[in-house]
Design a protein around this ligand. Sequence first.
Ligand code: SF4
Length: 409
Amino acid sequence: MLKDKKIPELLVPANNLNILKYAVNYGADAVYVGGKEFNLRSIRGNFSIEELEEGVRYAHKYGVKLYFTLNSIVYDHELARFREYLNKLKSINLDGIIVSDFGALELAKEILPDRRIHISTQTNINNHLGVNFFEKLGANRVNLAREINFSDLKNIIDRTNVEIEIFIHGALCISYSGRCMLSKYMTGRDANRGECAHSCRWKYYLMEEERANLFFPVEQDRRGTYIYNSRDLCLLPELKLLVDIGVDAFKIEGRIKTENYVSLTTWVYRRALDYIAQNKFTDQKISYLTRELDKCSHRNFTSGFMFLKDRSELEDNDNVGYIKKYRFIGIYHDFSNKYNGPIINVKNQFKVGEVIDILQPYKNPKKIMVGKMISVSDNTETDCANPNDLVIICDLGRLSPFSIFRIKG
Ligand code: SF4
C-alpha cells in the first residue's frame, strides 16, 4: 500500500544562525544544524548551545522545525562526553536528533526520550528490513543511503511505517557514504568524524612501483584524470515521481555552504514543491528552475544512483571544480530612506553600469542595472563596490531583508 500522497517536508542545511534565518525565510519546512561536537561538518561554523536555543526560537516562530545533527562516530572513550553533551540539550526544544552511531542512538533515547530520532544517511540503510529494524530501535525517520535506486525506494516505502527521507540535492561521495577511508588514509582527516579533505576530487596518476618519480596520466584530458570525481546530485527533474511514491522528506546537502547556496536551493525546491502541489510542474517550469540553480556554483549535475543508466553519469572526468556562471556579490543589509535603496553588504566586486540579478523569498528573481551607488563609509558616490564595503544602490526601492545579489560572468 502506498502511503497517502502528500507534499514532503523540505529539509535545508544551515551552518550558523545567520544562514538558518535565510533557510527559514526562503521556505524551508525544517532546518538541520550541527553543534560544536559530534557532527559530520566539524571544520567550521556550527552552533553553540546558546545559538541553538536562539535558532530553535527563531525557527519555531515561523513554524519551521529544527533537527540537531549528532551523526559522527562516537568512540567508547567519548561516551561520557557524549552523554554530557546530550544533557546540555535537554532544555532545548529541538524537534529531532539525527544520529548514525548505535551507541549514540541508545544514549539519545535514554537522555532525550521525547525527541524524535532520525537515522542519518551515514548508517547506510539500503532495504526495508533495515528500516524496520531501526523502527524497532526507536527511529521515527530514516534517511536512506544515497546509493539506492528508484525501484528499491518505492519498495521500501511500501513496506515500512517510519518516515522515509532522501537527499535530493548536493555533493555526492564517490564511495558509500560513511564507508570512506580515503581522506583519513591520505591526510589523517577522518571523513567519518566530519573532517573530510575531499581527497576523491584530487588529480590522480598511475605509477609503477619501481619508477617512483614517473607518473603516467590515466588519460582523460591534458591535466590528468579525476577517476573518483563525482558530479553533484540534482533530482529536481524527477521530483514529482518522488512525491508520487510517498517520500516523507527531501533533504538538501550542504552544511558548510553560504547564504547564497542555501537561499537559492531552498527557493528552487520550495517553488518546485509548490508547483507540484498545484499540478503545475511542467517541463517548462523544470527548465526554468534548473536555469536558476545555475546561478550558484556547482559541479555538473547527475540524478545519482536513483535513476542511473550508466556509471559514467556519476563522474566528471573532464571537469574539475565548480561551474560558475554567476558570482555572488552581496547580501541585503538594510534600507536607506535617504537614497531610497537597499544597503548591500558586498561579498564580491561589482560596478555602476552592470546588470545584477536579485533573489528574494517567494518572488521571481529580477534584474536591474546599477545606476547611482553610494559608499556608506564616507557617504560619497562610488563607481565600484568592493568586498566588505557597505554600499547603497540608489532609487531601487524596497527589497526583502533576505535579498541575495548575483551577477553573470
Ligand atoms: S573523500 Fe570523497 S568519497 Fe570520501 S568521504 Fe570525502 S567526499 Fe566522500
